[in-house]
Design a protein around this ligand. Sequence first.
Ligand SMILES: C[S@@+](CC[C@H](N)C(=O)[O-])C[C@H]1O[C@@H](n2cnc3c(N)ncnc32)[C@H](O)[C@@H]1O
Length: 442
Amino acid sequence: MMAQYQHLSCLRWICHFNVLSCIPLTGSVPYSELASLANVPVTQLRSVCRMLMTSNLLCEPVPDEVAHNNVSSMFITNPGFTDWATFIAQFSMPAAAHMTEATQKWGQTDKKNETAVGLALGTDKPLFDFISESPKLSKLFAAYMKNVQGGDGTNLRHLIKGFDWASLNDAVVVDVGGSTCSSAIALAQAFPNLRFVVEDLPEPIATARQVLEKQPESIKARITVHVHSFFLPQPCKEAQVYLMRMILHDWPDREALTILQNHLSVLKHDAKARLLIMDTVLPSLLPGQAEDRMRDHNQSEAVLRVRDLTMMQSFNAKERERSQFTDLLSQTSDAEGCLVLKNVVKPPCSVLSVLEVAYERFDAMPDPALTLQPMTAGFAFDASLGGLKLNNGSSHSSSAGSEPRNYHDYAQNDLVSSSMEGGQASQMNGTAQQSMPGVVFG
Ligand SMILES: C[S@@+](CC[C@H](N)C(=O)[O-])C[C@H]1O[C@@H](n2cnc3c(N)ncnc32)[C@H](O)[C@@H]1O
């Protein structure tokens, strides 16, 4: 841990001064020559490069000369890496460093202009407003997002695998906050009958138009782009799927609810229409699991926690546990029904899950008392573990188990659970908690 903050700050330094592009892809260059090419002090350059070498970036094959290794050369062969690192260095790192000051100043807040990133950048504007005012920053953010999508855990192949797109035939898919069309293009390539509407703010949509121009006719003919804010009611009523990929995690609950509520009427209008939320689902800690978690403390949870903290520091938003999603959905309602979670799929190796959501009328929902009957006390289906799991955390196949904590715990955490990964869909419908308007839980 001691070295990590220096690694990041050195990465920021070499990206800022464009050092990597001054190093030849083959052979090495003396520090003195590199210093004058990059216009930086040679002693600082030497210290920074040697620190980075301890994290497997760059190497020194000849004394006092520096060269690329296979990791650093990727920053040259794939310029997206530099965009990614520049964004992390310019926004994410300073935001993380100002987290303490943000809490000191505002305590608990969900205002988008009271954030650690705002303190770091010296602005009282919400991050997206700050970014969208500058075409240069908008381009950097779009490039960063494109690169995030290229990463294994958030790769677009998980979007393709996470839902039965083929069953939609020639339906329309609306990509809400679809940025520069990367998702729409990937889906259009994989499913030649689908048509797409991509909605976003003016800057990303302007870039999206340029991106689309470069696509073959077979792709661009099926994608239309619109400037539309998801804080206004969804104007496209005829779609079969409304996709929100990495959208809700940018927003605190109040705004997330407004975004969802703006899609209630299009989902109600067509019983087959679906909302697909693709976001991280944080692991929920069940009683008795604390020790397991300490023992199994692993990188995959760290990656999810990084995402959660980044959302907090950037937007006062958060990644959510499954029960927090079902809470939000059950609050997205009108007099006759509400949104319900139908299915959750976490494709292998993905850090994001696909949550399939529909509108359901209260009078069509199963009686919650009946829905609970078949459940064996203390069990939950956890498809990611490939089977039944005791609420006390251990996998098990007998009927013994601890008592449920209360009705709320079952409804929120346990009933909704199915996954392609687990191979068996445990479609418990997820409607228990939503089916009881007026009942105060827990
Ligand atoms: C984290 S990015 C996700 C982009 C894309 N869905 C993806 O999966 O890569 C969030 C997107 O929300 C967009 N956005 C922010 N505020 C918006 C608003 N009020 N209406 C529509 N889009 C918005 C941003 O411009 C950005 O493209």
